[in-house]
Write a protein that binds this ligand. Structure first.
Ligand code: 13P
Ligand code: SF4
Length: 392
Protein backbone atom coordinates (compact mmCIF):
# COMPACT_ATOMS: atom_id res chain seq x y z
CA UNK A 1 0.00 0.00 0.00
CA UNK A 2 1.27 3.43 -0.79
CA UNK A 3 2.30 5.37 2.28
CA UNK A 4 -0.90 6.60 3.87
CA UNK A 5 -1.55 8.39 7.05
CA UNK A 6 -4.62 8.42 9.24
CA UNK A 7 -5.06 11.70 11.04
CA UNK A 8 -6.07 11.34 14.69
CA UNK A 9 -9.84 11.52 15.08
CA UNK A 10 -11.24 14.64 16.73
CA UNK A 11 -11.60 13.78 20.42
CA UNK A 12 -15.37 13.91 20.43
CA UNK A 13 -15.58 10.79 18.27
CA UNK A 14 -13.49 8.76 20.67
CA UNK A 15 -15.49 9.97 23.66
CA UNK A 16 -19.00 9.26 22.37
CA UNK A 17 -20.67 6.07 23.55
CA UNK A 18 -21.66 3.42 21.00
CA UNK A 19 -25.39 4.28 21.23
CA UNK A 20 -24.56 7.97 20.65
CA UNK A 21 -22.35 7.11 17.68
CA UNK A 22 -25.07 4.91 16.21
CA UNK A 23 -27.63 7.68 16.51
CA UNK A 24 -25.33 10.19 14.84
CA UNK A 25 -24.42 7.74 12.04
CA UNK A 26 -28.12 7.12 11.41
CA UNK A 27 -28.71 10.89 11.26
CA UNK A 28 -25.83 11.40 8.82
CA UNK A 29 -27.09 8.56 6.61
CA UNK A 30 -30.52 10.16 6.48
CA UNK A 31 -28.99 13.49 5.55
CA UNK A 32 -27.02 11.79 2.78
CA UNK A 33 -29.91 9.63 1.51
CA UNK A 34 -29.75 9.11 -2.25
CA UNK A 35 -26.13 10.25 -2.38
CA UNK A 36 -24.39 7.52 -0.40
CA UNK A 37 -23.77 3.77 -0.47
CA UNK A 38 -21.95 1.97 2.34
CA UNK A 39 -20.27 -1.31 1.39
CA UNK A 40 -19.20 -3.85 4.02
CA UNK A 41 -16.86 -6.80 3.54
CA UNK A 42 -17.79 -10.01 5.40
CA UNK A 43 -14.80 -9.53 7.75
CA UNK A 44 -16.07 -6.22 9.10
CA UNK A 45 -17.24 -6.03 12.69
CA UNK A 46 -21.00 -6.24 13.24
CA UNK A 47 -21.15 -2.54 14.16
CA UNK A 48 -20.19 -1.69 10.58
CA UNK A 49 -22.21 -4.45 8.89
CA UNK A 50 -25.30 -3.02 10.65
CA UNK A 51 -24.93 0.16 8.58
CA UNK A 52 -23.88 -1.43 5.27
CA UNK A 53 -26.22 -1.08 2.29
CA UNK A 54 -24.45 -4.03 0.69
CA UNK A 55 -22.32 -6.77 2.19
CA UNK A 56 -20.31 -9.39 0.36
CA UNK A 57 -16.96 -10.86 -0.54
CA UNK A 58 -14.46 -8.82 -2.49
CA UNK A 59 -15.90 -9.96 -5.82
CA UNK A 60 -19.50 -9.11 -4.94
CA UNK A 61 -18.47 -5.75 -3.55
CA UNK A 62 -16.49 -4.88 -6.67
CA UNK A 63 -19.59 -5.68 -8.72
CA UNK A 64 -21.74 -3.58 -6.37
CA UNK A 65 -19.30 -0.68 -6.65
CA UNK A 66 -19.49 -0.88 -10.46
CA UNK A 67 -23.32 -0.81 -10.29
CA UNK A 68 -23.54 2.40 -8.25
CA UNK A 69 -24.98 5.08 -10.53
CA UNK A 70 -26.16 8.57 -9.73
CA UNK A 71 -24.76 8.67 -6.21
CA UNK A 72 -21.93 10.85 -4.90
CA UNK A 73 -20.14 8.77 -2.29
CA UNK A 74 -19.18 5.18 -1.62
CA UNK A 75 -17.96 4.59 1.93
CA UNK A 76 -16.01 1.35 1.96
CA UNK A 77 -16.07 -0.88 5.04
CA UNK A 78 -13.06 -2.90 4.03
CA UNK A 79 -9.38 -2.39 3.31
CA UNK A 80 -7.36 -0.10 1.06
CA UNK A 81 -7.10 -2.32 -2.04
CA UNK A 82 -10.90 -2.79 -2.03
CA UNK A 83 -11.50 0.94 -1.87
CA UNK A 84 -9.01 1.47 -4.72
CA UNK A 85 -10.89 -1.07 -6.84
CA UNK A 86 -14.16 0.67 -6.00
CA UNK A 87 -12.68 3.99 -7.13
CA UNK A 88 -11.57 2.39 -10.39
CA UNK A 89 -14.93 0.73 -11.04
CA UNK A 90 -17.24 3.61 -10.12
CA UNK A 91 -18.13 6.50 -12.40
CA UNK A 92 -15.79 9.49 -12.40
CA UNK A 93 -18.16 11.56 -10.23
CA UNK A 94 -18.39 9.01 -7.39
CA UNK A 95 -15.98 9.66 -4.54
CA UNK A 96 -14.76 6.64 -2.58
CA UNK A 97 -13.94 6.96 1.10
CA UNK A 98 -12.07 4.61 3.43
CA UNK A 99 -12.98 5.47 7.04
CA UNK A 100 -9.48 4.65 8.35
CA UNK A 101 -6.49 5.07 6.05
CA UNK A 102 -4.56 2.59 8.19
CA UNK A 103 -6.84 -0.23 6.99
CA UNK A 104 -4.35 -1.88 4.63
CA UNK A 105 -3.61 -5.51 3.82
CA UNK A 106 -0.26 -7.11 4.64
CA UNK A 107 -0.66 -9.54 1.74
CA UNK A 108 -1.20 -6.75 -0.80
CA UNK A 109 1.95 -5.07 0.54
CA UNK A 110 4.01 -8.16 -0.29
CA UNK A 111 4.18 -7.27 -4.01
CA UNK A 112 5.49 -3.86 -5.04
CA UNK A 113 5.51 -2.49 -8.59
CA UNK A 114 9.33 -2.31 -8.69
CA UNK A 115 9.63 -5.95 -7.69
CA UNK A 116 7.01 -6.85 -10.28
CA UNK A 117 8.83 -5.05 -13.11
CA UNK A 118 12.08 -6.79 -12.14
CA UNK A 119 10.40 -10.21 -11.97
CA UNK A 120 8.75 -9.66 -15.36
CA UNK A 121 12.04 -8.71 -17.04
CA UNK A 122 13.80 -11.76 -15.60
CA UNK A 123 10.98 -14.14 -16.52
CA UNK A 124 10.73 -12.86 -20.08
CA UNK A 125 14.46 -13.32 -20.49
CA UNK A 126 14.40 -16.84 -19.00
CA UNK A 127 11.37 -18.00 -21.04
CA UNK A 128 11.53 -16.19 -24.40
CA UNK A 129 9.46 -18.81 -26.26
CA UNK A 130 6.51 -18.81 -23.86
CA UNK A 131 3.45 -16.64 -23.31
CA UNK A 132 3.45 -15.29 -19.76
CA UNK A 133 0.03 -14.22 -18.47
CA UNK A 134 0.06 -12.13 -15.28
CA UNK A 135 -2.89 -12.64 -12.94
CA UNK A 136 -3.33 -10.77 -9.72
CA UNK A 137 -5.57 -11.55 -6.79
CA UNK A 138 -7.86 -8.66 -5.92
CA UNK A 139 -5.74 -8.29 -2.76
CA UNK A 140 -3.06 -6.21 -4.49
CA UNK A 141 -2.38 -2.54 -5.12
CA UNK A 142 -3.95 -0.70 -8.05
CA UNK A 143 -0.43 -0.40 -9.51
CA UNK A 144 -0.11 -4.20 -9.73
CA UNK A 145 -3.61 -4.46 -11.23
CA UNK A 146 -2.59 -1.88 -13.85
CA UNK A 147 0.60 -3.81 -14.63
CA UNK A 148 -1.45 -6.94 -15.16
CA UNK A 149 -3.97 -5.11 -17.37
CA UNK A 150 -1.21 -3.64 -19.51
CA UNK A 151 0.38 -7.06 -20.04
CA UNK A 152 -2.67 -9.05 -21.18
CA UNK A 153 -3.75 -10.38 -17.78
CA UNK A 154 -6.66 -9.96 -15.38
CA UNK A 155 -7.63 -9.64 -11.74
CA UNK A 156 -9.19 -12.58 -9.90
CA UNK A 157 -10.83 -13.02 -6.52
CA UNK A 158 -11.20 -16.10 -4.39
CA UNK A 159 -14.68 -16.62 -5.93
CA UNK A 160 -13.52 -16.78 -9.51
CA UNK A 161 -9.83 -17.70 -9.42
CA UNK A 162 -10.38 -20.99 -11.19
CA UNK A 163 -12.34 -19.39 -14.04
CA UNK A 164 -9.74 -16.65 -14.45
CA UNK A 165 -6.89 -19.19 -14.48
CA UNK A 166 -8.72 -21.25 -17.12
CA UNK A 167 -8.96 -18.08 -19.22
CA UNK A 168 -5.29 -17.27 -18.60
CA UNK A 169 -4.11 -20.74 -19.60
CA UNK A 170 -5.61 -20.14 -23.04
CA UNK A 171 -3.28 -17.16 -23.40
CA UNK A 172 -5.43 -14.53 -21.66
CA UNK A 173 -5.37 -11.31 -23.66
CA UNK A 174 -1.64 -11.37 -24.38
CA UNK A 175 -0.91 -9.77 -27.74
CA UNK A 176 0.75 -12.05 -30.24
CA UNK A 177 -0.12 -15.26 -28.37
CA UNK A 178 -0.59 -18.11 -30.79
CA UNK A 179 -2.38 -21.40 -30.05
CA UNK A 180 0.12 -24.15 -29.27
CA UNK A 181 2.63 -21.85 -27.59
CA UNK A 182 3.29 -22.79 -23.95
CA UNK A 183 1.48 -20.56 -21.49
CA UNK A 184 2.80 -19.74 -18.05
CA UNK A 185 0.82 -17.89 -15.37
CA UNK A 186 2.59 -15.43 -13.10
CA UNK A 187 0.27 -15.21 -10.08
CA UNK A 188 0.36 -12.33 -7.56
CA UNK A 189 0.56 -12.05 -4.56
CA UNK A 190 -1.03 -15.02 -2.71
CA UNK A 191 0.94 -18.20 -3.35
CA UNK A 192 -1.67 -20.24 -1.44
CA UNK A 193 -4.69 -19.19 -3.48
CA UNK A 194 -2.64 -19.78 -6.64
CA UNK A 195 -1.37 -23.19 -5.54
CA UNK A 196 -4.68 -24.42 -4.12
CA UNK A 197 -6.58 -23.43 -7.24
CA UNK A 198 -4.03 -24.74 -9.75
CA UNK A 199 -3.86 -28.06 -7.88
CA UNK A 200 -7.65 -28.33 -7.85
CA UNK A 201 -7.53 -27.85 -11.62
CA UNK A 202 -5.25 -30.88 -11.93
CA UNK A 203 -1.79 -29.31 -12.06
CA UNK A 204 0.81 -31.14 -9.95
CA UNK A 205 2.86 -29.24 -7.40
CA UNK A 206 6.06 -29.77 -9.38
CA UNK A 207 4.60 -27.60 -12.14
CA UNK A 208 4.51 -24.66 -9.73
CA UNK A 209 7.45 -22.61 -8.51
CA UNK A 210 7.51 -19.84 -5.92
CA UNK A 211 8.93 -16.46 -6.90
CA UNK A 212 10.82 -14.86 -4.02
CA UNK A 213 11.22 -11.21 -5.04
CA UNK A 214 14.32 -10.80 -2.87
CA UNK A 215 16.28 -13.35 -4.94
CA UNK A 216 17.66 -13.48 -8.45
CA UNK A 217 15.28 -15.47 -10.73
CA UNK A 218 12.97 -15.51 -7.72
CA UNK A 219 15.24 -18.16 -6.16
CA UNK A 220 14.71 -20.63 -9.05
CA UNK A 221 16.91 -22.19 -11.70
CA UNK A 222 16.26 -21.18 -15.30
CA UNK A 223 15.27 -24.77 -16.08
CA UNK A 224 12.63 -24.86 -13.33
CA UNK A 225 11.20 -21.58 -14.53
CA UNK A 226 10.94 -22.83 -18.11
CA UNK A 227 9.20 -26.04 -17.00
CA UNK A 228 6.72 -24.43 -14.61
CA UNK A 229 3.10 -23.77 -15.55
CA UNK A 230 2.61 -21.46 -12.56
CA UNK A 231 4.99 -18.98 -11.01
CA UNK A 232 3.51 -18.11 -7.62
CA UNK A 233 4.52 -14.88 -5.93
CA UNK A 234 5.85 -15.42 -2.42
CA UNK A 235 2.99 -13.73 -0.58
CA UNK A 236 0.44 -14.90 1.97
CA UNK A 237 -2.30 -13.74 4.32
CA UNK A 238 -1.05 -13.58 7.88
CA UNK A 239 -4.56 -14.26 9.22
CA UNK A 240 -5.17 -17.45 7.23
CA UNK A 241 -1.59 -18.61 7.85
CA UNK A 242 -2.68 -19.20 11.46
CA UNK A 243 -4.72 -22.26 10.46
CA UNK A 244 -2.63 -25.43 10.48
CA UNK A 245 -3.24 -29.03 9.39
CA UNK A 246 -3.13 -30.13 13.06
CA UNK A 247 -6.25 -28.03 13.66
CA UNK A 248 -8.11 -30.11 11.07
CA UNK A 249 -6.76 -33.33 12.64
CA UNK A 250 -8.04 -32.20 16.02
CA UNK A 251 -11.53 -31.49 14.65
CA UNK A 252 -11.57 -34.93 13.02
CA UNK A 253 -10.68 -36.50 16.40
CA UNK A 254 -13.00 -34.45 18.61
CA UNK A 255 -16.00 -33.88 16.29
CA UNK A 256 -16.35 -36.69 13.74
CA UNK A 257 -19.53 -35.16 12.25
CA UNK A 258 -18.08 -31.72 11.78
CA UNK A 259 -17.33 -30.46 8.25
CA UNK A 260 -14.19 -28.37 7.79
CA UNK A 261 -14.80 -25.37 5.55
CA UNK A 262 -11.86 -23.08 4.80
CA UNK A 263 -10.89 -20.05 2.74
CA UNK A 264 -8.41 -20.80 -0.08
CA UNK A 265 -5.94 -18.28 1.40
CA UNK A 266 -5.17 -21.12 3.86
CA UNK A 267 -2.05 -23.19 3.27
CA UNK A 268 -2.11 -26.15 0.89
CA UNK A 269 -2.00 -28.83 3.63
CA UNK A 270 -4.96 -27.26 5.40
CA UNK A 271 -7.04 -27.04 2.21
CA UNK A 272 -6.18 -30.64 1.33
CA UNK A 273 -7.37 -31.87 4.72
CA UNK A 274 -10.52 -29.72 4.68
CA UNK A 275 -13.86 -30.86 3.25
CA UNK A 276 -14.50 -27.70 1.27
CA UNK A 277 -12.71 -24.49 0.31
CA UNK A 278 -14.10 -21.27 -1.12
CA UNK A 279 -14.41 -17.53 -0.78
CA UNK A 280 -16.18 -15.82 2.10
CA UNK A 281 -19.37 -15.67 0.00
CA UNK A 282 -19.07 -19.41 -0.64
CA UNK A 283 -18.62 -20.05 3.08
CA UNK A 284 -21.74 -17.99 3.86
CA UNK A 285 -23.74 -19.86 1.21
CA UNK A 286 -22.72 -23.29 2.53
CA UNK A 287 -23.86 -22.47 6.04
CA UNK A 288 -27.10 -20.83 4.84
CA UNK A 289 -27.98 -23.89 2.79
CA UNK A 290 -27.16 -26.44 5.52
CA UNK A 291 -29.92 -28.21 7.53
CA UNK A 292 -30.35 -27.66 11.29
CA UNK A 293 -27.89 -29.72 13.31
CA UNK A 294 -25.06 -29.25 10.78
CA UNK A 295 -21.61 -28.85 12.33
CA UNK A 296 -18.88 -26.64 10.89
CA UNK A 297 -15.29 -25.80 11.74
CA UNK A 298 -14.58 -22.73 9.64
CA UNK A 299 -11.10 -21.53 8.71
CA UNK A 300 -11.43 -17.83 8.06
CA UNK A 301 -11.50 -14.45 9.82
CA UNK A 302 -13.16 -14.57 13.21
CA UNK A 303 -15.77 -11.83 12.68
CA UNK A 304 -17.39 -13.73 9.84
CA UNK A 305 -17.36 -17.00 11.78
CA UNK A 306 -18.89 -15.38 14.86
CA UNK A 307 -21.59 -13.70 12.78
CA UNK A 308 -22.53 -17.02 11.14
CA UNK A 309 -22.62 -18.58 14.58
CA UNK A 310 -25.05 -15.92 15.82
CA UNK A 311 -27.23 -16.08 12.71
CA UNK A 312 -27.46 -19.88 12.80
CA UNK A 313 -28.04 -21.04 16.37
CA UNK A 314 -29.62 -24.19 14.88
CA UNK A 315 -26.14 -25.27 13.72
CA UNK A 316 -22.89 -25.82 15.58
CA UNK A 317 -20.22 -23.46 14.25
CA UNK A 318 -16.68 -23.03 15.57
CA UNK A 319 -13.51 -21.33 14.34
CA UNK A 320 -11.13 -23.96 13.02
CA UNK A 321 -8.50 -23.01 15.56
CA UNK A 322 -8.56 -21.19 18.87
CA UNK A 323 -5.94 -18.72 17.62
CA UNK A 324 -7.15 -15.13 17.38
CA UNK A 325 -7.74 -15.18 13.62
CA UNK A 326 -8.50 -11.50 13.42
CA UNK A 327 -7.70 -9.22 10.50
CA UNK A 328 -6.44 -6.27 12.53
CA UNK A 329 -6.58 -3.88 9.60
CA UNK A 330 -10.21 -4.69 8.75
CA UNK A 331 -10.89 -4.13 12.45
CA UNK A 332 -9.67 -0.53 12.22
CA UNK A 333 -12.96 0.43 10.58
CA UNK A 334 -15.15 1.14 13.58
CA UNK A 335 -18.08 3.32 14.68
CA UNK A 336 -15.98 6.42 15.54
CA UNK A 337 -14.27 6.43 12.10
CA UNK A 338 -17.54 5.76 10.27
CA UNK A 339 -19.29 8.55 12.15
CA UNK A 340 -16.40 10.95 11.49
CA UNK A 341 -16.33 10.41 7.70
CA UNK A 342 -20.13 10.57 7.37
CA UNK A 343 -20.54 13.74 9.42
CA UNK A 344 -17.80 15.34 7.36
CA UNK A 345 -19.67 14.40 4.19
CA UNK A 346 -22.82 16.01 5.58
CA UNK A 347 -20.76 19.19 6.07
CA UNK A 348 -19.48 18.91 2.49
CA UNK A 349 -15.94 17.83 3.51
CA UNK A 350 -14.62 14.72 1.82
CA UNK A 351 -12.08 13.14 4.15
CA UNK A 352 -10.05 9.97 3.46
CA UNK A 353 -10.81 9.90 -0.24
CA UNK A 354 -9.15 7.09 -2.18
CA UNK A 355 -8.08 8.25 -5.64
CA UNK A 356 -6.26 6.23 -8.20
CA UNK A 357 -4.25 8.26 -10.76
CA UNK A 358 -5.46 8.23 -14.35
CA UNK A 359 -2.75 6.00 -15.90
CA UNK A 360 -3.11 3.38 -13.18
CA UNK A 361 -6.90 3.64 -13.36
CA UNK A 362 -6.91 3.09 -17.13
CA UNK A 363 -5.01 -0.19 -17.05
CA UNK A 364 -6.39 -1.46 -13.75
CA UNK A 365 -9.87 -0.96 -15.24
CA UNK A 366 -8.86 -3.19 -18.14
CA UNK A 367 -7.72 -5.91 -15.71
CA UNK A 368 -10.86 -5.62 -13.57
CA UNK A 369 -13.22 -5.48 -16.56
CA UNK A 370 -11.62 -8.61 -17.99
CA UNK A 371 -12.37 -10.35 -14.70
CA UNK A 372 -15.97 -9.13 -14.62
CA UNK A 373 -16.47 -10.39 -18.18
CA UNK A 374 -15.28 -13.95 -17.44
CA UNK A 375 -18.35 -16.14 -16.87
CA UNK A 376 -18.76 -18.63 -14.03
CA UNK A 377 -18.01 -16.69 -10.90
CA UNK A 378 -18.90 -17.76 -7.38
CA UNK A 379 -17.44 -21.23 -7.74
CA UNK A 380 -15.57 -22.99 -4.98
CA UNK A 381 -12.05 -24.00 -5.89
CA UNK A 382 -12.98 -27.63 -5.25
CA UNK A 383 -10.46 -30.37 -4.62
CA UNK A 384 -8.30 -31.95 -7.25
CA UNK A 385 -10.22 -32.08 -10.53
CA UNK A 386 -9.19 -32.87 -14.10
CA UNK A 387 -7.87 -29.77 -15.87
CA UNK A 388 -10.68 -27.64 -17.25
CA UNK A 389 -13.43 -28.96 -14.96
CA UNK A 390 -15.58 -26.30 -13.41
CA UNK A 391 -17.02 -27.01 -9.99
CA UNK A 392 -20.58 -25.72 -9.56
P1 13P B 1 -12.85 -12.80 -0.31
O1 13P B 1 -13.58 -11.56 -0.02
O2 13P B 1 -12.51 -12.89 -1.77
O3 13P B 1 -13.44 -14.03 0.22
O4 13P B 1 -11.38 -12.66 0.35
C1 13P B 1 -11.14 -12.61 1.68
C2 13P B 1 -10.09 -11.64 2.01
O5 13P B 1 -9.08 -11.94 2.57
C3 13P B 1 -10.30 -10.30 1.68
O6 13P B 1 -9.18 -9.66 2.03
FE1 SF4 C 1 -5.39 -8.96 3.80
FE2 SF4 C 1 -5.59 -11.32 5.05
FE3 SF4 C 1 -6.80 -9.16 6.08
FE4 SF4 C 1 -7.72 -10.28 3.82
S1 SF4 C 1 -7.69 -11.20 5.86
S2 SF4 C 1 -7.42 -8.09 4.21
S3 SF4 C 1 -5.79 -10.94 2.88
S4 SF4 C 1 -4.56 -9.47 5.82
Amino acid sequence: MALVWQQPLPRIYTELSDPELRLRIEGAREALAGKLAILGHHYQQDDIIDFADFTGDSFELSRKAAEQKGIEYVVFGGVHFMAESADILTDEGVRVILPDMGAGCSMADMASLDQTLEAWAQLEEACPDQTIVPITYMNSSAAIKAFVGEHGGAVCTSSNCRNVLEWALKGGAVEGHTPGRKVKVLFFPDQHLGRNTAFAMGYPLDKMVVWDPTQDLGGNSERNLIDADFVLWKGHCSVHALFRPEHVDQVRRDHPNMKVLVHPECKFDVVQKADMAGSTAYIVKQVEAAPPGSEWAIGTEVHLVNRLKQQHPEQKIVVLSDCQCLCTTMFRIDLPHLCWVLENLVEGNVVNEIRVDSHTRRWATVALDRMLAIPGTGNPIGKKQPVGTTVD
